[in-house]
Design a protein around this ligand. Sequence first.
Ligand code: C2E
Ligand code: MG
Ligand code: MG
Length: 423
Amino acid sequence: MYNREYLVSLLKKDLALKKRSKMALIGIDLSMIQLLAANYGFMYSQNLIKKAAEALSRHCTDNRLLFQPRENRFVFYLFDYKDKNELVDFCDVIIETLGSLFVTDRISVGIGIVEVDQNQNEEDVESLMTRILIASERYVSLFGKDFEICFYDEELEALVNREREIMEALGTIAADDYAGNDLFLQYQPIINLKTGSIFGFEALARLKTEKLGPVPPLEFIPIAEKTKLIHPVGEKVIIKAFRFLNKLNEHGYDEIKVTINISVIQLLQPDFTSRMYELMNDMQINPENVCIEITESVFTSDFDSINSILEELREAGLQIAIDDFGTGYSSLARENELKVDYMKIDKYFVDKLLVANLNKAITSDIISISHKLGQRTIAEGVEHHIQLQYLKEHGCDKIQGYLISRPLDEEDAIGFLQKHKQL
Ligand code: C2E
Ligand code: MG
Ligand code: MG
């Protein structure tokens, strides 16, 4: 099989001579074959790659050459083709070919398409090689079981650049000696519905840089997870939340809790609990004032080890909440085994309380189930009074949402406590 060097030299030559009317690369990412190797052994995956190479090479023509730049990647170089449609049609042929090979071992396969711009020259070849890599691996995922096609276009370019900038910003923040304010926390009050008092605040991470402006956590947290920067960045979040707890203490609020969102990746880090105790000890934090929120996706991960970590944290005095309950992966059977204190009812079920027929809302049933399992409930995203009314009537323990307050900066959060005390 032709290798990467040959592809690069051929592209350089063709771009220099400008002899092709149209040029494109179609990349095929088979890296998830490694999952099969883990199950069936190295020889099995090697054999499959070999079969893929044979099957793909049957589609070579004078205008369509096949290369294998890396072990699990193939690239077709096509030239003098008609139009985009021809490229897409050919991708379908690739899918059909590989699909019949992978019928029993369905894995995620990425196919990327890069069209060469007529103005590009020899110097652009390395960037073309990067683009084909980016496009072909774009939709490859650990859990996917399909073929996905991705065109490298301006939109993808912008997306990739933004991701890189966010990654760089997170990398800067992650440094041990970083002292800037690009990463900060806001605090959203959680109210006890039974007593009307303030239970605590949820700490919500914010990223804001000069270059990027504000970046929502739903955008930067997944990037932090993907790059493993979530470990140092998550630790900075914990430290900031602890500092806030100390500040609350200085103002005489020693029973207010702070809930911190922790990603499953953080939780599964072998030294997570010991590092947590170390920080609490160093910063003189009362564990009873700390609540950890983990999303429901724990159900898809290593359930037993997660449950034992949660149990250990609870024994140390922390509280645990399941975030976004009801949105994704819940299994009531597992719910029963999970050792947690709070169930955070997702905004989705709170929004349902705005419809005409409240008898059909199952929000009250979620509250009952949680109570039967010995957990308390926190409803998220409460924006309207009728939602509050329903939740109160049906015994929901706590609520959080714009109706009470938006997430606040530290000073405003303390101001909120003071105002609430006067009321
Ligand atoms: P979440 O933990 O479920 O947080 C609640 C989200 O709902 C927050 O969005 C909050 O600002 C928003 N929200 C609260 N009340 C209302 C309301 O009444 N109406 C509406 N429309 N929205 C409301 P935010 O701050 O954008 O955070 C999004 C998600 O990012 C969080 O969802 C959480 O999963 C994640 N996240 C935030 N900070 C961290 C962190 O430090 N670590 C980790 N791992 N994840 C974090
Ligand atoms: Mg949360
Ligand atoms: Mg939530």
